[in-house]
Write a protein that binds this ligand. Structure first.
Ligand SMILES: C[S@@+](CC[C@H](N)C(=O)[O-])C[C@H]1O[C@@H](n2cnc3c(N)ncnc32)[C@H](O)[C@@H]1O
Ligand code: SF4
Ligand code: SF4
Length: 425
């Protein structure tokens, strides 16, 4: 049965919110959010093994443009109703990437259900954007409604540059979560609350969370048994057993509808919920991650900083021009030498330099400061800081091969190139 929302979307097709839909439709998790603003004691995001199936794990990180391209490709192959962002960190510790991804997907897929999963700390400033784009489902993970219990679960909470711990951190997180739930409901967005069941820490508290969440208008509750993960503080705790979960879900079910078919998915999960094998799509995702940051745009060229055209040996700041290459019938050819911008002017120097190279998918160079790198990447130009033979590098970049083996041994600005060491910032 369909369930059309105010934006004309059939929300009954969401496989997590409707078990029936899970038989027909799948979801794609787009791993565009690597950073996190909270450290939960049960979570470890250090692994990227394709065979490991648990939250926080991904084999690639995508830019919004790459994610949009990947979603287009997957949608051609299998029935997908949902584009979701569930990490591997937090969508709103990476708000720009999250909002940009959602916008790009919405532009090409007016019928897609858009969904995000967050710890809720920093979602509030983005709720107007989410509503405007038509993000219809938001999941907030609430593991405690008492700061004393939250203090046991969260190692730290980061707001701006400040770190909060203990009761103070847990209180701050809870306040933001409750404010976010109220605002999401005001905006007509469906809210699911995830609670991770951690034996001996909050298992006795989950029903209280459900009781409180129903008062706050939450639509559905998802108690998830904690997976003990090596390297996490709670790594040596026992996973809750079937009886504990059955009992908690039964009692919490008196207050809120329960999601009972959660698969504790990876941050790059693709397909039906029951399809655990995301390795099938890992190759395509890796391919996407090596493409230009905006793969749907026409960027035929690659620019290179080299003094004599043989080695990658120049720093962006010292290059008065860059060699621009193109690929014609599989052959890499020098198209032109293009003038860069003169020193001075700070940020505006890098903005105008980047504007002069927006037809390039990448710039290959030997040294670059953080600031110009950020500016180039924000304009969709991938930056490779490497050393070695120019021909080799440009051919690899055009053919989508990895340049990691050529990465500069020294990340220190000015050491591997002939720049002054003053950085290009
Ligand atoms: C990886 S997080 C990403 C989204 C966001 N940072 C959050 O915490 O909601 C997605 C979901 O996985 C859950 N999760 C993370 N580690 C887990 C673990 N070891 N066992 C069970 N669930 C876990 C999180 O609590 C969250 O509900
Ligand atoms: S569960 Fe979410 S909020 Fe907690 S550390 Fe992992 S990614 Fe961050
Ligand atoms: S983790 Fe649970 S709620 Fe999230 S996509 Fe997987 S099944 Fe759905």
């Amino acid at each position: 049965m369909s369930k059309i929302n105010s934006k004309g979307l059939d929300t009954a097709k969401h496989p997590c919110f409707n078990k029936e839909a899970a038989k027909t439709y799948g979801r794609v998790h787009l791993p565009v959010a690597p950073a996190c603003n909270v450290q939960c004691n049960f979570c470890n995001r250090d692994y990227d093994c394709v065979n490991e199936s648990r939250p926080g794990v991904t084999s690639s990180i995508l830019s919004p443009g790459q994610a949009s391209w990947f979603f287009d490709e997957i949608s051609k192959e299998i029935p997908i109703s949902v584009a979701g962002i569930a990490g591997p960190g937090d969508p709103f510790a990476n708000s720009e990437q999250t909002i940009n991804t959602m916008r790009l997907i919405r532009r090409e897929h007016p019928d897609a259900i858009l969904c995000v999963s967050t710890n809720g700390l920093n979602v509030l400033p983005s709720i107007n954007d989410l509503a405007e784009i038509g993000v219809s489902h938001v999941t907030i993970t609430v593991n405690a409604i008492k700061a004393e219990i939250g203090a046991l679960i969260y190692d730290w909470i980061k707001v701006g540059k400040r770190i909060f711990r203990g009761i103070e951190g847990a209180t701050l997180l809870l306040e933001n979560q409750l404010a976010a739930i109220a605002s999401l409901k005001d905006h007509g967005i469906t809210v699911k609350v995830n609670s991770i069941v951690i034996p001996g820490i909050n298992d006795h508290h989950i029903v209280d969370i459900a009781k409180e969440m129903t008062k706050r208008g939450v639509d559905i509750f998802n108690c998830i048994p904690m997976i003990p993960v090596e390297g996490a503080t709670f790594g040596s705790l026992e996973e809750p057993d079937h009886d504990m979960m059955f009992d908690i879900k039964n009692r919490a079910g008196k207050y809120l509808p329960q999601m009972k078919h959660c698969q504790r998915c990876r941050a790059d999960a693709v397909g039906k919920l029951t399809d655990k094998d995301s390795s099938k799509w890992a190759g395509l995702m890796q391919h996407a991650s090596k493409m230009s940051i905006f793969p749907n745009e026409n960027r035929p060229y690659i620019a290179v900083a080299s003094r004599e055209g043989y080695l990658i040996n120049q720093h962006l700041g010292e290059a008065s021009s860059l060699a621009v290459y193109e690929q014609v019938d599989g052959k890499v050819l020098l198209k032109e030498r293009r003038i860069t911008t003169k020193p001075g002017g700070g940020q505006s120097r890098w903005e105008s330099l980047a504007d002069g190279f927006t037809d390039c998918k990448a710039i290959i160079l030997n040294g670059i400061g953080e600031r110009p790198k950020r500016v180039l990447e924000s304009k969709g130009i991938k930056v490779y800081q490497i050393e070695g033979l120019l021909d080799d590098a440009v051919n690899k970049a055009f053919n989508g091969q990895s340049l990691s083996p050529m990465a500069c041994r020294s990340k220190e600005c000015g050491v591997a190139c002939s720049g002054s060491g003053g950085g290009c910032s």
